[in-house]
Design a protein around this ligand. Structure first.
Ligand code: ADP
Length: 248
């Protein structure tokens, strides 16, 4: 069936904050290996739906299922992280006084969502995993830099690398290219393409130029609801979307 390759599904999710419906009856089905963009004007409910998926916010109604049949709606945030859903917020959560390599080492040693310490000596295969990750995020020449001395873009890549070492099935990214230079944005695009070869990703994004670089399905939210879903061409050709979002 068509549903066999759905890795993550939100069904009729509603979130209320003091009676205000930030998300209303939202549906979202992410396929295995899909890179999905989630767009919409400020206040549309994009961040809130990511918060629901990762367990930070509990919906007042509706359901989230992972890997076909596992209902994760009432699971705790750390349990959801352990199951393989990684969330990256806009502000990077790295350890600024440690080196780039040490940051990756901590991430690799920690089980999904749980912190560990730098104790036992790394095994050769662990060393190799970190080096491969350094290369993927383009920081192989800065392995011994203090993470706090990296550029804004480099910090974002480091955090993505840290997440990847925990091998999530699904990555949730909130505006990964915000504040990046054009060059950093291009590199991030390449990185997302590469990640999507093995994992599923949902990206909340404001930068339309950036979204156009991908042949991805785009989901448009407005006032907590699904407004339109389709290719970027379909999105841009939609009158309602133009009205609420692209027409300005
Ligand atoms: P987006 O990410 O699309 O900009 P959000 O999901 O951040 O939108 O917010 C959706 C709506 O919910 C907004 O009107 C916002 O003000 C409101 N909202 C978000 N979080 C909270 C909260 N913790 N308490 C009250 N209102 C909130």
């Amino acid at each position: 069936s068509k549903n066999q390759s759905v890795i993550l599904q939100c069904e009729a999710v509603t979130v209320e904050f003091d009676g205000f419906k930030a998300v209303q009856g939202m549906d979202l089905a992410l396929q295995q290996g899909e890179l999905r963009f989630l767009i919409g004007p400020n206040g549309a409910g994009k961040t809130t739906i990511l918060d629901v998926i990762c367990g930070k916010v509990k919906p007042s109604s509706g359901k989230v299922t992972f890997q076909g049949a596992v209902d994760i709606t009432r699971r705790k945030e750390h349990q959801i992280a352990e199951m393989g859903i990684g969330r990256k917020f806009q502000a990077p959560s790295i350890f600024p006084t440690l080196t780039v390599f040490e940051n990756l080492e901590i991430a690799m040693r920690q089980r999904r969502g749980v912190f560990a310490t730098l104790v036992a000596k790394l095994k050769p295969e662990e060393q190799e995993r970190i080096e491969a990750q350094l290369k993927m995020i383009g920081l192989q020449d800065k392995a011994q830099w203090r993470a706090g001395g990296l550029s804004h873009g480099e910090k974002q890549w480091l955090e993505i690398g840290m997440m990847l070492l925990q091998e999530p099935e699904v990555l949730l990214l909130d505006e990964p290219v915000a504040g990046m230079t054009d060059k950093e944005t291009d590199k991030t695009g390449e990185l997302l393409h590469e990640i999507a070869r093995r994992r599923s990703i949902v990206v909340v994004e404001h930068d339309m130029e950036f979204v156009r670089n991908f042949a991805s399905k785009v989901t448009v939210m407005h006032e907590g609801k699904l407004l339109k879903e389709g290719s970027m061409d379909e999105i841009q050709g939609d009158d309602r979307v133009a009205e609420v979002y692209l027409g300005k």
